[in-house]
Design a protein. Structure first.
Length: 204
């Protein structure tokens, strides 16, 4: 069997495998970013946080709590992408209906898990952006931290009515939307290939 024949008979599955590989790579990118009064922070699907802050509330009696970002969904998504790739590659030689089912199922699972990851990170946006804010302005530790930050040239001291202050904002990144689009297209191509295979007869 020529390479062209293999591609023609498994084109949808191969596209799903390539899409799964790309989605896997995107899982290591920041999917949520936030910027605020005391720095910037980003979160990835595995629960990793990259923080740039002056720690103005380090000595505060009630510093901002750490965000509880669950990386389980990211791990499951990476597992689904690996299963898709392996199933497709093995099926190029074995050509069994079972492996076709596995490829379709895992590609669909990957698309669904990416949606779950996006929804989870979006639900944690408020927690993430609080990490780069500071607590009550009446807290002595916070005031000391703000003064030290200002004296060292790392930021302005917030004075009511005197200076503009940027409030914390958080949003999903383009990496998250790209991963969602690619995983969805991958799942659709696998399903289309499976339907085509059923209409033309068994693959084994």
């Amino acid at each position: 069997m020529t390479v062209l024949a293999v591609v023609r008979g498994n084109g949808g599955y191969l596209c799903a495998a390539v899409g799964s590989i790309i989605t896997f790579a995107l899982l290591f990118k920041p999917w949520l970013t936030a910027s605020g009064t005391d720095g910037k922070i980003s979160a990835d699907p595995f629960g990793g946080l990259q923080i740039s802050t002056s720690l103005a509330s380090l000595w505060s009696g009630s510093p901002p709590p750490a965000a509880d970002v669950n990386g389980t969904w990211g791990v499951l998504a990476s597992t689904a992408s690996a299963v898709t790739v392996i199933a497709v590659l093995v099926n190029l030689r074995a050509r069994t209906q079972v492996l076709s089912y596995v490829a379709v199922g895992s590609s669909v699972a990957l698309a669904l898990l990416v949606v779950v990851v996006v929804a989870h990170l979006n639900s944690k946006a408020a927690e993430v952006k609080r990490m780069i804010g500071y607590g009550s302005a009446r807290d002595v530790g916070t005031q000391v931290g703000l003064l030290v930050r200002w004296a060292s040239g790392n930021g302005q001291y917030p004075v009511p009515g005197l200076r503009q202050v940027a409030y914390a904002t958080a949003s999903l990144t383009s990496w998250a939307w790209l991963a969602g689009a690619i995983s969805l297209v991958s799942a659709l191509t696998a399903i289309a290939q499976w339907i085509r295979g059923r209409s033309t007869g068994p693959s084994a």
